[in-house]
Design a protein around this ligand. Structure first.
Ligand SMILES: [Zn+2]
Length: 248
């Protein structure tokens, strides 16, 4: 299990929990009888997801949909085994859909060449088995669960990164668009971020929605006043280094 995540699921709301998988936290959303998972964890995550769901009073057999925040293998490597076990339908940003189906090349996540070279032999394994994508998402799409879950395209960490706004709970599931290290909000890790300047511009975009909670992939959620943290981060980062005028 990802070592920093508590053994028990973290409850955001009675119908929304975060579960520790291999590599990242998976967010489970319950709508009527169906469970939607946001992200699938690294390859080999299935037993942890199954146990986490049971600890939350749910069951793997109720998983009907998986939404991916981006293609990095710590988020998507477990997708093949999850879909095989559940028959879930899969949604991902259109830019990255062909990576999951095997029709597109799976990029090396590392920007620093020595890391990229060291990781290369393991990537094919880490990405897991190809999976069909049932919904190719774009910015502004609304997924139908709870009171609607809005897709926000936040390119930068990867080209097709998305964050998901769960309207019913004023909660943002940000994927790797944000980190929360030592009480401080930061942008995505630069070693695995394709375009850091664009990633900063994308963070500003999150302020357009009315959220109070942020669910991260690698840190415990920030459950009160999260928007103020993001506003402060944006102010800090714009003073430090004005972003380029590139359009999101
Ligand atoms: Zn990532």
């Amino acid at each position: 299990m990802w070592p920093l995540w508590p053994r028990q699921p973290v409850t955001i709301a009675p119908d929304m929990v975060q579960i520790g998988a291999k590599g990242c936290a998976v967010t489970a959303i319950v709508h009527r009888d169906e469970v939607t998972l946001i992200d699938a964890g690294a390859r080999g995550s299935l037993p942890l997801i199954s146990r986490g769901l049971e600890a939350a009073g749910l069951h793997l057999s109720r998983v009907r949909h998986v939404v991916l925040t981006h293609y990095h293998p710590d988020h998507s490597g477990g997708l093949g085994e999850l879909v095989r076990a559940t028959g879930a339908r899969v949604a991902a940003h259109s830019t990255e859909a062909d990576i999951y189906t095997g029709q597109g090349l799976a990029p090396n996540p590392f920007r620093w060449r020595p890391y990229a070279v060291a990781a290369r032999p393991f990537l094919r394994y880490a990405y897991g088995n190809p999976v069909e994508i049932d919904w190719r998402l774009g910015d502004g799409d609304r997924l139908p669960w709870l009171d609607g879950i809005d897709v926000i395209h936040v390119p930068g960490h990867t080209a097709g990164s998305i964050s998901l706004y769960v309207r019913a709970h004023r909660a943002l599931v940000v994927g790797d668009a944000l980190q929360f290290r030592f009480g401080r909000l930061t942008g995505p890790a630069s070693a695995v971020t394709r375009d850091p300047a664009l990633a900063l511009l994308s963070i500003r975009k999150l302020l357009a929605v009315d959220f109070d909670t942020i669910c991260f992939s690698h840190f415990r959620p920030l459950s009160q006043g999260a928007a103020a943290f993001v506003r402060r981060f944006v102010e800090r980062s714009s003073r430090a280094e004005p972003p380029t005028a590139r359009e999101i």
